[in-house]
Design a protein around this ligand. Structure first.
Ligand SMILES: CC(C)(COP(=O)(O)OP(=O)(O)OC[C@H]1O[C@@H](n2cnc3c(N)ncnc32)[C@H](O)[C@@H]1OP(=O)(O)O)[C@@H](O)C(=O)NCCC(=O)NCCS
Length: 167
């Protein structure tokens, strides 16, 4: 049965499934005490550490405890994460990741938007980040502009570029 036919603004089964998933996504600001924290660490480890032979311990860098952390969840499963560190009215976004199977559902954009909103509340002047080259357009759509030359990340060896947005 083509159960999605007649649903408003939905033309295909894929679109229907996508919209149903999007409805289920919840966003939470968390700290280390949260029951979601370990799952967020797992997700970050898989994307940013394991692939580059970095230890799980190196997740706990000098800004980890001081950063505001946001997760996206479906049915209490962490499927997205990012963090914002604020110092002297300048924000730094790091560790933006969405679980592979849940990409292209606007989850990454929503996570970053929520951190930008939070930055505004805290009178942050600008937010910076080091973007992987392949993600430049993702950040451009959120208002970020490139600043400087492409460089190789010391941690992953991947080409990156500095980006920033004034709030
Ligand atoms: C980059 C990442 C966080 C994007 O998350 P996502 O949830 O798939 O992205 P969204 O669905 O929110 O995309 C929002 C918009 O950006 C676009 N976009 C997303 N990723 C993109 C990419 N790699 N290149 C170009 N455009 C991209 C989407 O098409 C969408 O455009 P639209 O609004 O016109 O439809 C995700 O691909 C990821 O986790 N990648 C691996 C980790 C990583 O590289 N993180 C960034 C490190 S700097």
């Amino acid at each position: 049965m083509q159960f999605w036919i007649g649903v408003k603004n939905v033309k295909t089964k894929e679109e229907f499934v996508m919209k149903e998933l999007q409805k289920k996504v919840e966003y939470f600001f968390i700290d280390k005490e949260s029951e979601l924290y370990e799952s967020a660490i797992d997700l970050r480890y898989r994307e940013f550490y394991e692939k580059f032979n970095r230890t799980r311990e190196s997740i706990f860098d000098e800004i980890e405890d001081k950063s505001l952390k946001i997760v996206a969840c479906i049915d209490n499963k962490v499927i997205g994460h990012a963090r914002l560190f604020i110092d002297n009215s300048i924000g730094e976004i790091t560790q933006v990741v969405v679980e592979q199977n849940y990409r292209s559902l606007n989850i990454g954009a929503n996570i970053v938007k929520k951190l930008i909103e939070e930055g505004k509340k805290q009178s942050v002047e600008k937010i910076c980040l080091d973007a992987r080259i392949y993600a430049i357009d993702f950040y451009r759509k959120l208002g970020f502009k490139t600043n400087g030359e492409i460089f190789e990340s010391k941690k992953s060896g991947l080409p990156h570029i500095r980006m920033e947005v004034y709030l």
